[in-house]
Ligand binder design. Structure first.
Ligand code: ATP
Ligand code: MG
Length: 394
């Protein structure tokens, strides 16, 4: 049996409502383990169990199934770190033996320096934390030729925690941090096929928000591949967000109406206004409390502060824009680390790109935007598009 130790992230800062956050974290962890297990085993078996002791979370499973646990922990929002740990009796001998085992592992992984960190919650243990560090360091150096102590800049750290049992581990991994999904209401993500919006959804999930998504396409002007790409992005996002529902809406008639009745420089802003209106209608239906978009200030013409004002001017629920102050390089880095980047850069064009005017309006007046929008008479077209939506669930 193998054991992993999980360190909760920001929820440690919570006061009276901490229990709610803890429950959400445990519920998510169990669900993800079951789901992952079902993907490789028969649907009813869970290979792993979860226990909580002394404010710490532990996952246990057979060593042969460890890849399931590691995959889940690398995607679990709400933990700051995790490590596979030895669990021993609280005797000096077994603690030091486990230190040597970890030392060998560190050396076998090509690293040459280490240090020991020790914490003793159980004060009846015969060595205090300083003595544990010294003794641990000594036996590891004696037993693993070539491995040396470096307290300032070690390649790895062997940690000893004396609690209900003794826990000894190294090679701790950084978690995604944030707050458990499901602890901060629901948001509806405007999901395009680009790089930005999946990252925006992920960031809001890291603040604890449950995510649904809505995508607008203009088939046959946009290809079926473009739609498939968005479905794939939603699937990746869903693996962090405890699942996701994706509403796919055909905006071909809306787009045609905008093209027919409005001055070309305004087309992108008006299209975005229509997306927001359709997004709000959907959000209200599915009890989402806000819209989430991947807009970033001044990234493109439609994202100047004036145009953003026009775009959200017809709706009442808040529009969250987690990327508003982020540059593209950072967004790309984020997309790479969550695994959406390679899909986002596939060459299928999104409707907004296809219909982008050569000289878009840069600082649209809100009054003019609304006057133009009203001449479009989009209400019935939007209603019809929403009624005919497709739904994909992950
Ligand atoms: P890119 O990485 O190319 O900038 P993007 O998705 O951010 O991709 P933008 O043109 O910058 O594309 O769009 C701004 C935001 O508007 C998107 O992040 C997304 O939230 C929303 N959006 C754009 N097009 C669509 C669409 N077809 N369906 C749903 N939301 C969209
Ligand atoms: Mg963008």
């Amino acid at each position: 049996m193998s054991t992993w130790l999980l360190k909760p992230a920001e929820l440690t800062l919570k006061g009276e409502n901490r229990k709610n956050f803890e429950n959400a974290l445990i519920r998510n962890l169990k669900r993800m383990l079951n789901r992952e297990a079902a993907a490789v085993h028969d649907p009813k078996s869970s290979p792993a169990s979860v226990t909580i002791r002394g404010g710490r979370y532990y996952v246990h499973c057979a060593e042969s199934e460890k890849f399931i646990v590691e995959k889940v922990l690398s995607r679990l929002i709400g933990i700051s770190g995790w490590a596979q740990t030895n669990v021993c009796e609280k005797t000096i001998d077994s603690v030091l033996q486990a230190c040597v085992k970890e030392g060998k592992k560190i050396f076998d992984n090509g690293m040459h320096t280490f240090k020991i960190e020790a914490r003793r919650t159980d004060k009846s243990f015969p060595l205090d934390s300083y003595q544990l560090r010294c003794e641990g360091g000594r036996v590891v150096c004696e037993s693993v030729d070539g491995l040396k102590v470096d307290i300032h800049n070690p390649h790895d750290i062997i940690r000893i925690e004396i609690r209900d049992k003794a826990y000894i581990y190294s090679g701790g991994k950084k978690g995604l941090g944030g707050l458990p999904v499901g602890s901060a209401g629901r948001g509806l993500l405007l999901l395009s096929g680009g790089i930005d919006s999946p990252v925006a959804g992920f960031l809001m999930a890291c603040r604890g928000m449950s995510i649904d998504a809505i995508h607008f396409h203009t088939y046959p002007y946009t290809s079926l591949e473009a739609k498939e790409k968005v479905i794939k992005l939603a699937g990746i996002l869903g693996s962090y967000c405890m699942g996701i529902r994706l509403y796919i809406i055909s905006f071909t008639e809306v787009q045609a109406r905008i093209k027919e009745r409005s001055p070309p420089p305004w087309s992108t802003v008006l299209m975005r206004m229509a997306m927001m209106e359709a997004g709000e209608k959907t959000a209200l239906k599915i009890k989402s409390k806000c819209l989430i978009s991947g807009e970033s200030l001044s990234q493109v013409a439609s994202q100047t502060i004036e145009n953003l004002t026009c775009i959200q001017s017809r709706i009442k629920i808040p529009v969250l824009r987690p990327l508003i102050g982020t540059d593209k390089i950072n967004i790309i880095r984020n997309a790479q680390s969550i695994g959406t980047y390679d899909t986002s850069i596939l060459p299928y064009e999104d409707c907004c790109v296809l219909f982008t005017p050569h000289h878009p309006i840069l600082r649209g007046s809100n009054t003019q935007a609304n006057e133009l929008y009203e001449t479009l008479e989009l209400g019935p077209l939007i209603e019809k598009a929403l009624e005919n939506h497709e739904l994909a669930e992950f």
